[in-house]
Write a protein that binds this ligand. Structure first.
Ligand code: FAD
Ligand code: SF4
Length: 509
């Protein structure tokens, strides 16, 4: 006899999940379900689907070994319904209960679906984060600007990570200034840890190939870890082999090196195979032992306890309408090159090709290449959001949307970013080796060979002068534009119009 259903979603694969803590092994039934609605509400990258499904199947086995009864629905089970709520109702009817314990999902869409379900659902807070939503709201309340840096300092104080006698270790809160070095090709640089698919993963790969083979993205080779034990090994490998260079090369981009010193831990962290506490504890250990410099350890901890927690707080604070914001009124369709059509821009081509192959691109590729281009070209932020949510293995709405709508596209009108993250080709030229083998010239500011980023950058600033012209941090940029002569102004704007016309016509740019 089952008394309640305990729902565990595909990104809630943590043994100390609040719903599991509230459940009773002897009387409750864990419900896990692979359902078509979750697999297809955006065209997810096949690797992302395989990661989630295989990790779910492994987690269900661990729960069973731990004494839980688990009702697990496979995507190809006959009679399975299409949705999470449908599966809860089906299981509830079969076992004579309508009571459900859940941990609050990381997406408004599912929170609302559970609220509207004809079941008695208790949604418990997701406490796998360092900052609760109440704590975030209390921090944000009454502030004119929600600066991540101040939130981050609160989190440093709260966790004690890199703190000495109540003060920041090594005398500064933030060593970001040291973290802007371009990288050089290094054949000896370690790679993220790879795992060979086991029998469960192989079965999932066949299923995903069959059901989602037409989606953008390469399913194989598949090398993600799919259990907490594997995720811990990946963390350990990163801490020993790559963390030391993380700070210095955090913003660097290299053709042929898809990962540099990045950890590629976000897919594991976001589905619950690792916790922010264990990642940061491991990183701080390396610094305390003198094996990594402070700018690496601090830079990493800031991403996890600062940016990641801040993004989550904002997503929930801003409410379900956040993903539809469009403060700059952008409406151009997402160009086909984002789905793999050819482009002559080597930087964009590299970022998208590796996205297709790995379901991964690192932060600066997402922000300053694909995100920057979409913003400069005036792409509809809802389409940009849907693209990012689809193509990255770590993309779950609570973290993806504030990064895209807020940080990258300025579509929230400046909550996350105090000024838009836009740049001409110069930034990409400084931080990467992409320009050396590009069909365009980053040095050319006008003319047929001019780098499209150079043209669109000024065009964007001029189009949005009303909004950004009075921003004190952007004043010097507008003064540079004003010092250019009329002929240059025309050449830049005509060049930008030609690029945009090519995009609109579906021609290669
Ligand atoms: P590392 O470079 O090794 O960083 C360490 C960890 O810090 C990451 O694993 C991640 O958990 C955290 N982190 C770093 N930056 C951020 C950030 N801005 N927000 C939240 N966490 C951060 N991150 C996601 O987890 N999911 C997304 O869907 C996502 N979409 C993004 C979209 C855009 C347009 C941008 C600009 C950034 C996005 N990010 C997203 C943030 C960041 O790019 C990824 O977290 C990071 O690239 C993941 O790779 P990594 O594990 O190798 O990270
Ligand atoms: Fe990208 Fe421009 Fe450099 Fe080409 S020249 S790689 S388009 S920044």
């Amino acid at each position: 006899m089952v008394s309640r259903l305990v729902l565990v979603l595909g990104d809630q694969l943590s043994h100390d999940l609040s719903a599991l803590r509230a459940g009773d092994r002897a009387r409750d039934l864990v419900v896990m379900a692979e359902v078509m609605d979750e697999g297809s509400y955006v065209p997810h990258h096949p690797k992302k689907i395989a990661l989630v499904l295989s990790a779910m199947r492994h987690f269900a086995d661990e729960l069973r070994a731990d004494g839980w009864q688990v009702a697990y629905t496979r995507l190809d089970d006959a009679g399975a319904s299409r949705s999470i709520v449908g599966e809860l109702m089906r299981r509830g009817e079969a076992h004579g209960t309508s009571e459900v314990i859940a941990t609050q999902p990381g997406e408004w869409r599912l929170i609302e679906a559970l609220e509207a379900a004809p079941l008695t659902v208790t949604q418990l807070p997701d406490d796998r984060f360092i900052c609760s939503l109440e704590e975030f709201d209390a921090w944000a309340e009454g502030r004119r600007e929600l600066r991540m840096e101040y939130f981050y300092r609160e989190m440093r104080r709260k966790t004690g990570f890199l703190m000495e006698d109540g003060k920041p270790a090594a005398g500064k809160w933030n060593f970001d200034h040291d973290n802007r070095k371009p990288a050089r090709v290094d054949m000896l640089r370690a790679r993220p840890m790879r795992f060979a698919p086991d029998a469960i993963t192989k079965e999932v790969l066949d299923l995903v190939a069959d059901r989602f083979g037409g989606n953008f993205g390469d399913l194989r080779p598949f090398w993600f870890g799919v259990t907490a034990a594997q995720a811990k090994r990946a963390l350990d490998h990163f801490a020993r082999e790559l963390l030391a260079g993380f700070g210095d090369y955090q913003d660097a981009m290299l053709a042929g090196d898809r990962f540099l010193h990045h950890s590629v831990l976000s897919p594991y962290l976001n589905i619950g195979l690792l916790t922010p506490w264990e990642i940061c504890t491991r990183v701080v250990e390396e610094w305390t032992a003198g094996r990594v410099p402070i700018n690496a350890a601090e830079g990493y901890v800031r991403q996890v306890i600062g940016w990641r927690e801040y993004m989550r707080g904002l997503y929930f604070r801003e409410g379900p309408g956040y993903v539809r914001r469009n403060a700059l009124g952008h409406g151009r369709a997402l160009p086909a090159m984002y789905w793999g059509a050819p482009t002559k821009m080597n930087c964009v081509s590299q970022a998208i090709e590796q996205t297709q192959k790995e379901s991964y691109a690192h932060h600066i590729q997402r922000l300053m290449v694909t995100g920057n281009f979409a913003l400069l070209a005036g792409i509809d932020p809802a389409e940009v959001h849907e693209w990012y949510l689809s193509v990255y293995a770590d993309a779950f709405e609570w973290v993806e949307a504030p990064n895209v709508i807020g940080m990258s596209q300025f579509a929230d009108g400046g909550i996350v970013a105090s000024k838009p993250y836009v740049s001409s080709g110069n930034y990409i030229a400084k931080m990467s080796d992409y320009c050396a083998s590009c069909a365009y010239s980053v040095k050319a500011k006008t003319g047929d060979l001019a780098c499209p980023f150079n043209l669109l950058y000024w065009d964007f600033l001029v189009r949005h002068r009303d909004r950004f012209g009075r921003n004190p941090r952007m004043g010097p940029i507008y003064r540079t534009w004003d010092r250019m002569d009329a002929e240059r102004h025309h050449a830049v704007r005509d060049g930008a119009a030609a690029v945009l016309a090519r995009l609109d016509a579906g021609d290669e740019v």
